[in-house]
Design a protein around this ligand. Structure first.
Ligand code: HSE
Length: 436
């Protein structure tokens, strides 16, 4: 029986999950492959913490280079996370002819071109199913099962931590910071939770999905990125009153050789399937010209689900090794030389309806002045509420607008925020009510 040897870089939460799959499903994997899959080295700087799994003596080392230079290791699983030293190690492994399986979306969103080109040159695979939507097999679906489609749009709830926070705030009325602490305790959050709550993690994942779906290079810095830290329980409540749910949505749309690429809190109608995705669940809705809309959902974060995706990639590479057809599938589903260079539409050109929450002094004429400025900037109001008449000085006024161009909304808000009666900066939340 062939023996395929694997090395693991990074023994944190997901790494522990990977070891558990190797141990618990060892025979099942061998049976499915008709070959033995063996974890021969684990490298992590921390060799003392008890991760709750038993390891054979000598398996765990703090010497990553020993793993990278081990001629026996054919597949390297990179679960260090972050940019460095992950980038250096991955490039070194590729140069040494090893296939890569990684969950590192930050690394691939920033340095994908360099890594994918190096892999193509070396004739090795780079697989990253676990980098987007945890245990949901969205990348193989885009590249393989739906690979004959011309995609027009994709929508994603791609950060388990944010979705968990928004769901808990919605259902239990909890505070943002308490729920974030719970998510960190459960092992969903990134090492730096700013990446989660400020939308950066979602934008990393969107960058990869855009390249995969639209076959284009994407400059991560061009993706408009806004997180959920300014959203309050009150906005979630108002959203509900208007028949919407609030989600941190990743949006990608193709418009000729331009693409829309944005991550921001978004109100979606409560009867849309995306609105029902709660807690740590992630979902991706892909719109292909022949398939029509396809939605994939499942656990987007956490040790077991992410380890499942990592090990699916390991199995796939192992099968390629068995049949001697390594690097069968380019990392982004098409060769690097075939990637287009579409530009990302500037945010000011985006057209969508808006939720605007003003905090104002409750004086006669305030509402009329705000409405007047919105009208002057060609923003038409669909509905409006002044939810509570407080004893306090400041009251919220909420406007739902018809579709408007973002540049007009920004200009109107700049003018309104200058008014004496405005008590705090106006909150703007985009609405997406015509999902393809
Ligand atoms: N921190 C990420 C999340 C983990 O919360 O979704 C998976 O990338």
């Amino acid at each position: 029986m062939q023996n395929i040897k694997v090395g693991l870089l990074g023994f944190g939460t997901i790494g522990t999950g990977v070891v558990r799959v190797f141990q618990q499903n060892h025979d099942l994997l061998a049976n499915r492959l008709g070959a033995s899959l063996e974890l021969v080295r684990i490298a992590d700087l921390d060799t003392t913490t008890d991760r709750g799994v038993k390891l054979a003596p000598g398996l765990l080392t703090d010497d990553a280079r020993a793993l990278l230079n081990d001629p026996e290791v054919q597949i390297v699983i990179e679960l260090i996370g972050g940019y460095e030293p992950a980038r250096t190690f991955v490039l070194e492994a590729i140069r040494n002819g090893k296939h890569i399986v990684t969950a590192n979306k930050a690394l691939l969103a920033m340095h994908g071109e360099e890594i994918f080109s190096a892999a193509e040159e070396a004739g090795v695979s780079v697989m990253f199913e676990a980098a987007v939507a945890g245990g949901v097999p969205v990348i193989s679906a885009i590249k393989e099962n739906l690979g004959a489609n011309n995609y027009s749009a994709l929508y994603g709830i791609l950060n388990g931590t944010c979705n968990y926070i928004l769901t808990e705030m919605d259902e239990k009325g909890k505070d943002f910071s308490d729920v974030l602490a719970e998510a960190q305790k459960q092992g969903y959050a990134e090492a730096d939770p700013t990446f989660d709550v400020e939308g950066i993690d979602t934008a990393h994942k969107l960058a990869l999905l855009l390249s995969l779906c639209f076959g284009t290079k994407v400059d991560f810095n061009d993706i408009y990125t806004e997180g959920i830290s300014k959203v309050t329980a009150i906005d979630i409540e108002y959203a509900r009153d208007f028949g919407y749910k609030l989600k941190l949505l990743a949006i990608g749309k193709r418009d000729g050789d331009k693409i829309e690429a944005r991550v921001h809190p978004t109100m979606i109608p409560e009867d849309y399937p995306l609105a029902a995705i709660n807690g740590v669940f992630n979902t991706v809705r892909l719109v292909g010209d022949f398939s029509g809309p396809v939605m994939l959902s499942g656990y987007g974060a956490g040790m077991d689900a992410t380890a499942s995706a990592v090990m699916g990639d390991v199995l796939s590479v192992a099968r390629d090794l068995q049949t001697d057809c390594s690097a069968r599938m380019p990392a982004l589903g098409c060769p690097q030389s075939q990637l287009a260079n579409y530009t990302i539409k500037p945010m000011e050109q985006v057209v969508t309806p808006y939720y605007l929450r003003f905090n104002v002094k409750d004086h006669p004429g305030v509402l009329a002045s705000i409405a007047g400025i919105l009208g002057k900037h060609e923003i038409s109001i669909e509905s409006m509420v002044q939810p509570h008449r407080h004893e306090a000085e400041a009251v919220p006024i909420v406007f739902m607008t018809h579709v408007a161009e973002e540049r007009n909304v920004i200009a109107a808000l700049a003018e309104i925020n200058e008014m004496d009666v405005i008590q705090e900066e106006t909150l703007l939340i985009r609405i997406e009510d015509h999902l393809e």
